[in-house]
Every structure is written in structure tokens, then in C-alpha cells.
Design a protein around this ligand. Structure first.
Ligand code: AMP
Ligand code: MN
Ligand code: MN
Ligand code: MN
Length: 285
């Protein structure tokens, strides 16, 4: 599809976004998005609702998820795209990560309690409701209680490594995440590589390992990474025969400064991941 606006990374209330899947798709329509994937953290419960809303808005819908991974003692995010959402391995794998998330949340609450912020689990839960709980929900509660002025400063003061509310959780391995996505017939993509701050030795190691495990692509452009890094990731992706993906990483008005569809220009030397999806991109829905 020529001149399409494609956004393959965003969040709904199923994880830490502010809009329901339907509201998010309606908002994507306002932003003139033609093709989108919903990629909630470790959860695919929003896909059905989003697909229905996309259909009624004339938006092509791609299944998506953003999986939390521990690699080389770091947390990485791997986006899965265009998979079969009924795949049992994927469903069970995501289930296990969400159980881990809940345990992590309890640990975070304990240490926040020792720093004087009480009832943080219940507080974060009231924002997450039944959905997948994450650090943003703690941030919302901590702002509500007046311990920090906004979400950004909560992360800085409480929720990052070395700070009182941070718990060094072990997520799944890169191999597990890639194999669940591949097993479900989908494409695995390294999310916002620019956020990992790994340096010129580790990035090539990650890209090469990821390719060997069966990974398909890299977000060479992302709403949550610095555009000055685009060229570097583009070259590195080409070197390891990884395709290019793009997305806003939109979480909601007020949290994200990038609108949906705003990060969609794939730099020239990169081969877009959707070049694999001709049957979807050329169909009328
Ligand atoms: P979690 O997966 O629960 O550890 O939370 C990670 C999420 O927290 C990311 O996807 C972002 O939505 C959000 N996040 C991480 N760092 C920051 C930050 N510095 N400011 C605002 N939100 C952040
Ligand atoms: Mn998030
Ligand atoms: Mn992420
Ligand atoms: Mn994300």
C-alpha cells in the first residue's frame, strides 16, 4: 500500500494505556492511521475488541503483543506481530508472565512501603483494575498521593534501578519470547532498541542472537526512541538481515507526546516488515 500510515506499536487499558481498545482505534482513525497493531504488554485480551473497531473504521488490523524479556541482565521488549492469537504456547507463555507481573507488583509495594508509601499494591490495582499491572499504575498512585508531581518524576525517584520501588524481576528469555511468536506464525521484532543504552558491542550481539533465534525485525523508528539513532539501527538491521518496523508506542493523551501514526516513515535502506504481509496489505480489509 502506497502512502499508508502504519503504526505497529501502541497500548490500551488491557495493559498500561489510558484508552480502551475501541477508544484507541477511534483515536487512530482521527490520526489517519490505515494499518495498526495493538501491542499491549504481555497480554492479547484486547485484540478482538480492537479488530472489531478497526473493521468498522476501515483500518487494517494486525495482531500484536509486547513481551517483557530478560537478556544479559537487562529488560528488553520484544513485539510480536501478525501471529495466530489462538496459539496455545503463546497464550500459556503470556499467562505465566502476567503471574510474574503480579508477584513483582507485590514486591514493589513492599519496598515502597519501607520508603513510606503505604498500600501501593491496592493503589496501583485501582488504576490497573483487572488488567495487566505495571509500573505506570504505581506511578499514577504515587502522583495521586502527592509523593511526586508527575509520572516522569515518579519513575526517576522511585521506579528505576536503584530506587526504592524498583524490583529486579526476571522476565522470560529472548529465546522463549521469539519461539512463542514464531510458533504462532508471527514475526518477532526488537522494540525501541534505542532505549536500552547498550553500546556498540552489545547491540550487534543482540541483533545477531535475535536473528539466529528466528527474529524478523527491529523498530528502527519508534515514538519512544531518539530519532538521531535511526541511522545506526537501520544499518545494523540491514547487516543482520532484519526488517524494519515502526510505531508510536502511544499510551494515551498526556502520557505520550507522540500521536498515533506520527512515526511511520521507514528510512530508505530498510526493508519494511509489512513487505512480508502482501496478502493483508493488498486486501480491501
Ligand atoms: P513495566 O513493564 O511494568 O516495567 O513498565 C514499563 C512501562 O513503563 C513502559 O512501557 C512505559 O509505558 C513506562 N515507562 C518506563 N519508563 C518510563 C518513564 N521514564 N516515564 C514514563 N513512563 C515510563
Ligand atoms: Mn508501557
Ligand atoms: Mn516497551
Ligand atoms: Mn510499548
Amino acid at each position: 500500500m502506497m502512502n499508508s500510515i502504519i503504526d505497529l506499536h501502541c497500548h490500551s487499558t488491557i495493559s498500561d494505556g489510558l484508552l480502551t481498545p475501541t477508544e484507541l482505534v477511534n483515536y487512530a482513525k482521527e490520526c489517519n492511521v490505515n494499518v495498526m497493531a495493538l501491542t499491549d504488554h504481555d497480554d492479547i485480551a484486547g485484540l478482538n475488541e480492537a479488530r472489531i473497531a478497526a473493521r468498522s473504521n476501515g483500518i487494517k488490523f494486525i495482531t500484536g503483543v509486547e513481551i517483557s524479556v530478560t537478556w544479559n541482565k537487562r529488560t528488553l521488549h520484544i513485539v510480536g506481530l501478525n501471529f495466530d492469537e489462538k496459539n496455545i504456547n503463546l497464550i500459556q507463555g503470556l499467562d505465566s508472565i502476567r503471574k510474574g507481573r503480579d508477584m513483582r507488583a507485590k514486591k514493589m509495594a513492599q519496598s515502597l512501603g519501607m520508603a513510606g508509601i503505604m498500600n501501593a499494591y491496592e493503589g496501583a490495582r485501582s488504576y490497573a483494575k483487572n488488567s495487566t499491572i505495571g509500573r505506570i499504575h504505581f506511578a499514577q498512585y504515587i502522583v495521586e498521593k502527592g509523593y511526586a508531581k508527575d509520572i516522569k518524576s515518579v519513575f526517576k525517584k522511585y521506579l528505576t534501578p536503584g530506587k526504592p520501588g524498583f524490583f529486579d524481576h526476571k522476565w522470560v528469555t529472548l529465546e522463549e519470547a521469539v519461539s512463542w511468536i514464531s510458533d504462532a506464525g508471527g514475526d518477532a521484532v526488537i522494540a525501541h532498541p534505542g532505549r536500552y543504552d547498550m553500546g556498540n558491542k552489545l547491540y550487534p550481539k543482540l541483533f545477531s542472537e535475535f536473528k539466529d533465534l528466528g527474529g524478523s525485525g527491529v523498530e528502527v523508528v519508534s515514538g519512544s526512541q531518539d530519532p538521531s539513532q535511526t541511522n545506526y539501527f537501520c544499518k545494523l538491521a540491514n547487516k543482520y538481515h532484519l526488517l524494519g518496523s515502526c510505531g508510536s508506542d502511544f499510551h494515551g493523551p498526556g502520557i505520550s507526546h507522540r500521536a498515533m501514526g506520527s512515526v511511520h516513515v521507514m528510512p530508505d535502506p530498510c526493508v519494511p516488515i509489512w513487505s512480508k504481509w502482501n496478502n493483508i496489505m493488498e486486501s480491501s480489509h
